[in-house]
Design a protein around this ligand. Structure first.
Ligand code: BTN
Length: 242
């Protein structure tokens, strides 16, 4: 992929890097292509969940991928960035954008990617937010399956170093025109099968990912392919919920 060319702002504290960068994108000022914050007070995750980024302990980075404006497969862009982050920090992946680790207690979520399209004049610009728990040591009780690299016993880079590693890894990931562009690299790190997702409010087990990059779920009517699904945070251990 083409790595964002331009200035990546670094700020000590912000509401959400995603929201702030969206303001820059909407304004049409393309001089800032990314924002990284040491601390987010109002970080956002998928499905409107809040996202914790404790001061200095997590990567909170948003990138505006201007080279991919109006990209026909925005979901694949989010998956490409998740793949780059996984390769950069040696993490595993769960569809669509979760960055996970295998721990003695099961699979735990160490990060995630939020992909959004933001209008800028006539264009729609992909805004990709990356949140990774690096040295976070404590999570609130409502996130029992969250982890960090440090908690999993891994050497955690600083947020600044993590940003550099991810940007470099991005340049090695193919442009995602079709799922087949990513599937080989993704498959090597994929832990989607067995994860449960909500389908019509019922938790269903994932079989894998289909040829279009959509999720394959097992239902009583057979296997269905879905473009979007929320992970289910059930009682079974091993299901990440951060
Ligand atoms: C997920 O729900 O798994 C995605 C989490 C994405 C969080 C990142 S942190 C940087 C950027 N700013 C935000 O407010 N959210 C994203």
């Amino acid at each position: 992929m083409i790595i964002p060319q331009g200035k990546i702002l670094h700020v000590p504290e912000i509401g959400s890097t995603q929201d702030e960068l969206a303001r820059w994108v909407r304004s049409g000022n393309r001089s800032i292509v990314g924002i990284r914050a040491d601390y987010q007070t109002a970080g956002r995750g998928r499905f409107g969940r809040s996202w914790l980024s404790p001061p200095g302990e997590a990567l909170a980075l948003s990138l505006a991928l201007y080279s991919y404006a109006n990209w026909k497969q925005p979901q694949l862009l989010g998956m490409s960035v998740a793949l780059a982050a996984a390769r950069a920090l040696d993490l595993l992946l769960q569809w669509p954008n979760d960055l996970v680790l295998e721990t003695p207690d099961g699979i735990r979520k160490a990060g995630g990617v939020l992909a959004e399209m933001v209008p800028s004049g006539k264009d729609r610009v992909p805004l990709i937010g990356i949140g990774i728990n690096l040295t976070v040591r404590r999570f609130p009780p409502e996130l029992p399956s969250a982890t960090s690299l440090a908690l999993a016993g891994r050497d955690a880079p600083t947020p600044e170093r993590a940003e550099k590693l991810i940007l470099s890894a991005l340049s090695e990931v193919p442009d995602p025109t079709t799922w087949s562009d990513l599937s080989g690299l993704w498959g090597a790190r994929d832990r989607t099968p067995g994860k449960r997702y909500l389908y019509y409010n019922t938790p269903r087990e994932a079989i894998g990912i289909d040829d279009e990059g959509q999720l394959l779920l097992s239902t009583e009517d057979g296997v269905v392919s879905v473009p979007s699904a929320e992970a289910w945070y059930g009682e079974r251990s091993g299901t990440p919920d951060a």
